[in-house]
Write a protein that binds this ligand. Structure first.
Ligand SMILES: [Zn+2]
Ligand SMILES: [Zn+2]
Length: 260
């Protein structure tokens, strides 16, 4: 496998699919986010096809160079490739290395990490609300528990002087704006219009959050079918104009370079 040849610090969107149907049809990829910071490589939410997206990435991303894998929650669109990624990070299990971070319910009872792979990483660290974690030079904080059918936490971290947060799947609740105050705010927006009884954010929830948090830049991702139909790049353009804040729609393969 080729090496990670990309230099500098960056966040790369290996996928921007949200929820079942966009994932199943692969209308958008579901590879998660790759973060590279001071030589530490972390993969967040490796959904189905994550390993394929790494190999197809330009330049290629080498999962055997991963130091950590973070799962915000156990849903398949966030964890489908967790086992293959653990194998990749540990060179097929021959090299005990790396840390896997996940909520307790991802590994208790019906574990999404297969028995044979549990001991491949150096450790599995259980996520809880409002806790600090570290792997290599990458440090992050977990959010409060989200309102979602399974145990779910978003994360917040600093890359040099830039603070970044990843607001993953949740139903809207007002306290979100307190935790997610960062320079760059990445939000999972599954629905275009609010859908009662389903614990996901819709576009107007995202608008309220961006308005309240006032990040330097907001990035919408994790699109469901109705968001794709509404054309995220058009919606975000209009939202930017309405709010006077830069709002961007993520696309597969999009890279954010982080200045040092
Ligand atoms: Zn999801
Ligand atoms: Zn979910």
């Amino acid at each position: 496998m080729s090496k990670v040849i990309k230099k500098g610090d960056f966040i790369k969107f290996l996928g921007t699919a949200g929820a079942r149907f966009v994932m199943i049809k692969q209308l958008r990829a579901s590879g998660g986010l790759w973060i590279s910071y001071k030589g530490t490589n972390v993969l967040v939410d490796p959904g189905p096809g994550s390993i394929v997206r790494c190999a197809a990435s330009k330049p290629k991303l080498d999962p055997s160079k991963l130091d950590g894998i973070i799962l915000t929650h156990r849903h398949l669109d966030h964890s489908g490739d967790i086992n293959v990624m653990i194998e990749a990070m540990t060179e097929g299990g021959f090299k005990k290395r790396g840390v896997v971070f996940c909520p307790a319910d991802a590994v208790n009872e019906e574990s999404i990490i297969l028995k044979h792979a549990v001991n491949f990483p150096e450790k599995i660290e259980i996520l809880a609300a409002n806790k600090a974690h570290q792997v290599g030079d990458f440090e992050f904080m977990t959010s409060m528990r989200h309102i979602h059918p399974v145990e779910t936490y978003g994360i917040k971290f600093n890359l040099h002087k830039t603070s970044v947060s990843l607001l993953t799947d949740t139903k809207y609740f007002p306290e979100l704006k307190d935790f997610y105050k960062t320079d760059i705010l990445i939000i999972s927006v599954v629905f275009f219009q609010a859908r009662l009884g389903i614990d996901h954010l819709c576009f107007s929830d995202a608008e309220s959050l961006v308005k309240e948090i006032k990040p330097k830049k907001a990035i919408l991702t994790h699109f469901g079918m109705t968001m794709l139909t509404a054309k995220p790049h058009i919606q975000t353009q209009e939202l930017s104009q309405r709010l006077g804040i830069e709002v961007q729609a993520a696309y597969d393969g999009m890279t954010l370079e982080i200045p040092s």
